[in-house]
Design a protein around this ligand. Structure first.
Ligand code: NAG
Ligand code: NAG
Length: 412
């Protein structure tokens, strides 16, 4: 009897261990989701009389959806058009349902979703696990099932679920779990974007095995800003915590370092290259927050670069990691399918001109990336063939200050 019970417990533990490695079972986000999100660039602009082109409104999303189709964004893979905070009316309706601000979204979210779908795109929406959203609109606390049903009935395809205004960490965790179950119960395929670990982290170590069972991607760190210091802090945080977070990422569940801010005001060209290259290395969801009505050809070239997007979307679904760092340079690699590797060399110096970095190919991919030989292709800052190398050879690159050279290494 005791032995039998012991066996059962052992089997249960083994099953839990297997299940623990699994992602949220909704069949979504097999590769990192791609799209456009109104937060960073448009924040919480709600005064459409004062700022008709900038306010969070039906018109803004319709115009972005039109651009996404007309300017090749959808064809490059940017599929979701996502609403962030501040879309709601200040109160729920008489049935207790969330409702869009009637002035700014005169047709309601259902009509916007229909429009977005008619363009071959998907619609994302935003809510919060607590009593109020971060900007003070109604939160989903105590309404998880009703809100999930409302979103599903509107035809929503992604939910970004923020973590402001929760009374305790237990309620926060419980709310993230319950919304995941509620979304599943609707029967509609809805990508579930969480901020659960970010809100837990100051107090306790997040259980990523569990988070991955409930969420398709999750934020770990502060909101991205339109600045190099923000990009740098996200990269530093990621490298510092890579032992915990890299292994958990994979098809169905991704670490989310927040939006691409390329095409705005804060990043130089080299810094934009760094963000694009490193978001590909990190297997990050690629949500742009910029104004697709006003974007430079250079930013568009970078954001639509097929080779970088292919690295980001690589079907093996392994997140990259930092291999080496000194005060000037960082070397990162990401295992890709077909035994290939993406390799990034980032120059952290913010003084002087381009710096030369020389490294041995022997150590890439645990000694396997260029064994016995490899061909190397540079992807960024410009596409070029670097030629064929042997295992024992070194590679020298010139990298601009705050810039990155992104390579693809193919074994021969
Ligand atoms: C709900 O969860 C079940 C079991 O994990 C899964 O098979 C199903 O595909 C999910 N449905 C949706 C719509 O996410
Ligand atoms: C983390 O969550 C998993 C899945 O829910 C569970 O099996 C495991 O015991 C948890 N780990 C810790 C340290 O709590």
């Amino acid at each position: 009897m005791a032995a039998a019970r012991w066996m059962l417990r052992w089997v249960a533990a083994a099953v839990a261990a297997v299940a623990a490695a699994l992602a949220l079972d909704n069949g979504l986000a097999r590769t990192p989701p791609m799209g456009w999100l109104h937060w960073e660039r448009f924040l919480c602009a709600t005064d459409c009389a004062a700022e008709p082109r900038r306010c969070v409104s039906e018109q803004l999303f319709v115009e972005m959806a039109d651009r996404m189709v007309a300017e090749g964004w959808r064809d490059a893979g940017y599929e979701f058009i996502c609403i962030d905070d501040c879309w709601m009316a200040p109160t729920r309706d008489k049935q207790g349902r969330l409702q869009a601000d009637p002035k700014r979204f005169p047709g309601g979210i259902r009509k916007l979703a229909d429009y977005v779908h008619s363009k071959g795109l998907k619609l994302g929406i935003y809510s919060d696990v607590g009593t109020k959203t971060c900007a003070g609109f109604p939160g989903s606390y105590n309404h998880y099932d009703l809100d999930a049903q409302t979103f599903a009935s509107w035809g929503v395809d992604l939910l970004k679920f923020d973590g402001c205004n929760s009374e305790s960490l237990d309620l926060l965790a419980e709310g993230y779990r319950r919304m995941s179950v509620a979304l599943n119960r609707t029967g509609r395929s809805i990508v579930y974007s969480c901020e659960w670990p970010f809100y837990l982290r100051p107090v306790q170590q997040p259980n990523y095995t569990e988070i991955k069972q409930y969420c398709n991607h999750w934020r770990n760190f502060y909101d991205v800003y339109d600045s190099w210091s923000s990009i740098k802090s996200i990269l530093d945080w990621t490298a510092l915590h890579q032992d915990t977070i890299v292994k958990i990422a994979g098809p169905g569940g991704w670490n989310d370092p927040d939006m691409l801010v390329i095409g705005n005001f804060g990043l130089s060209w080299d810094q934009s290259v760094t963000q694009m290259a490193m978001w590909a290395i990190m297997a990050a969801p690629l949500f742009m927050s910029n104004d697709l009505r006003h974007i430079s050809p250079e930013a568009k070239w970078l954001l639509q670069n097929k080779e970088v997007i292919a690295i980001n979307q690589d079907p093996l679904g392994k997140q990259g990691y930092q291999l080496f760092k000194d005060k000037n340079f960082q070397l990162w690699e990401r295992p890709l399918s077909d035994r290939a590797y993406a390799v990034a060399v980032l120059n952290q110096q913010e003084i002087g001109g381009p710096q030369k970095f020389t490294f041995s190919l022997t150590f890439l991919g645990n000694g396997l990336a260029c064994n016995p030989a490899c061909s190397i292709k540079q992807v960024l800052p410009a596409s070029r063939d670097c030629g064929v190398y042997s295992w024992m050879s070194s590679l020298s690159l010139e990298v601009n200050p705050t810039g990155t050279v992104l390579l693809k290494v193919l074994p021969l």
